[in-house]
Design a protein around this ligand. Sequence first.
Ligand code: GMT
Length: 379
Amino acid sequence: MHIGIVCYPSVGGSGIVATELGLQLAQRGHEVHFFSSEVPFRLREFHERVFFHQVETPTYYVFREPPYVLSLASRIVQVHRLAGLDVVHAHYAIPHAAAAFLAREMAGGGFRVVTTLHGTDITLLAQEPSYAEVLAFCIERSDAVTTVSRALREQTLATLGVQRPLEVIPNFLDCHVYHRQSRPEVRAAFAGPEEKILMHMSNLRPVKRVEDVVRVFAAVARQVPARLLVVGDGPEAPRALELAQALGVLNRVHFLGSQEDVVSLLSVADLFLLPSETESFGLAALEAMACGVPVVATRTGGLPEVVADGETGYLLPVGDVEGMAAAALRILTDPDRHARMAAAGVERARTVFCAERVVPRYEALYQRICGRRDGAGEP
Ligand code: GMT
């Protein structure tokens, strides 16, 4: 099939999942066309059957902001004329689903539109009167809509009152890439042999509650020698840094900024912290589990569908810093428990969330909405 993928290029779960999906589809013989404002993070190498179409937004003095949706819709239609797209798959509804809808209208219905809801497009933006109605409209008018967790599906039905079916297809990983490596030199760069390494990785926005990460770490570091790696960048970075200083742990916290090779870093971590306010899935938690890192996270959104509470980590109420610190210490001070949870995380990632298990579900969906009977998986 010829598949268009529309996504955000920056570091963030929806862009990572969209990019990985496109690469997996290309490996399975499909022709994949990415549409974004820049080359997506993680699409830096050449891949056969993968094309990238940059969306240019020419500016003009009457525009307050360049109308990206219009440029994106035009680009999709141009590529459709040349490549004959069967499906355009919009990742993150705003504004990608609207642009895909407009492009389909302009192309006389020449392709199908799939929208994948990822998280804050529903949990935050659906509450905004400026977006709610157009969001509901795009969801109703897509040929298929998926959500990355059951929790997000329920939330979408509850907040927008949409009538159409929403299919849950969970996020996934390339399990050939996400596995624990032996990296003693990376470990030695951050910690002494007696120190535990805790890690957090996100785009450091308020929803991630990065201050809770620092508070949990400070409580843990009072009991066991430890270091904290903070991977990613975002608006909460300065506050987290100030808090680490105020709590006297700044010399044990490493703010690493955005990193491409997260597997090397996860491979030296002993525990992963994800104390988010809301998390429709929690891709970072899954990446940690796949690399044998137990997770302490909040019981919110789709996280309970990813982290098996008591088996691959522990889930605590949002804001329960004390509880999360106690759970972290329970894991870090008990080598048997740690080993059990690490192994259970790897097992869960491999049996439920590997690309081989999940990508065929997207293929089957595309085939279904295109009315093909030639079998899922066939390009
Ligand atoms: O919704 C967002 O905050 C953005 C989005 C992203 O691009 O990072 O994150 C969401 O999508 C990811 C991929 O499906 C999920 O793993 C994240 O849980 C989800 N973020 C939130 O729900 C806060």
